[in-house]
Ligand binder design. Sequence first.
Ligand SMILES: [Fe+2]
Length: 328
Amino acid sequence: MSVTAPIQTGPGEANVDGYHSFRLGEFKFSRDEYFVYVEWPTGKHVMSADAFLRALQRDVAWQFFYGIVNFDGVVGTVNHYGTVDLFAGRYNDVYRKAELDHLENFSTALIKSTFEEMLDDWTNDGFDPFASPTETGSAFGIKRGNNRAAITRHRVTAARMVSMPGDEPLRTNDNGHPINRHFLDVPQDEPVKEAEPGFEAEVNAFNFFAYLSRSQVTWNPSVVSVCGDSLYCPTTEEYILPIIHGNDRVEWFIQLSDELIWQVEDRDTGAALAKVTMRPGDVAAMPADIRHQGYAPKRAMLLVWENADPDLPALISSGQLPSVPIVI
Ligand SMILES: [Fe+2]
């Protein structure tokens, strides 16, 4: 079912546990000590509060990212780059066949501001949705304070490349980026740079592994270099990717350290397709018609290579481009 978005009615009164409820169109979101509830005219869904907040944090920070951000197998968002679909059961074969799915389209500004309010209201003091489970406190219990510093932290988006003049800085202890406990053995020496006179602002290099070893967050691809539409988006991973990402273009993964296990499903139905285990040096191209969720037993370094060409989703969905990188 698809309807035009009604006006947001905003947060309601706080409940007995201290949390406000939020409405977006005909969707209602509420939480209590343990759970988040999502209601729409034909259904009601429940998620663990910590899993929901981890997913919500990514959707907000990534500004709805490429394609589909599934919070789980039922609820999620689709980015149309200017507007966003909020759906329940739309990419779930059982909900679809039972005609219990629901989808509404909102301006990006409206859904983003509502999600930001919800994230702020429901994130308690001491819980960091970006952190690994062993590096943060509990999401559960009655409302206690907030963690505004954590949920609004700066996301790296380089204009050219990290370390370039005027661009995103290198990470150091002094700017709040100590080496992560799992990467204490990563060498921290920086390369020698010898630019020809006049090219000092054009030629640069940095220790990429040292940079990643100081990531304070998990499952948060951030842009460290840009060449046209080619974006290098490395990230460190630990525990479970809090969302199931539905691609709208091919994504390349290069495993830089440790191990990731990817569960790959059909993007539209959720049917299981493949399990991909990636070890250092492994390269995978994730097709444009799948969705995937990663598992990292130890903190791992992953390079996600994205093609930001805005024409890609339409070219692929219309069949003008294949959903795989190479057709043999
Ligand atoms: Fe993806």
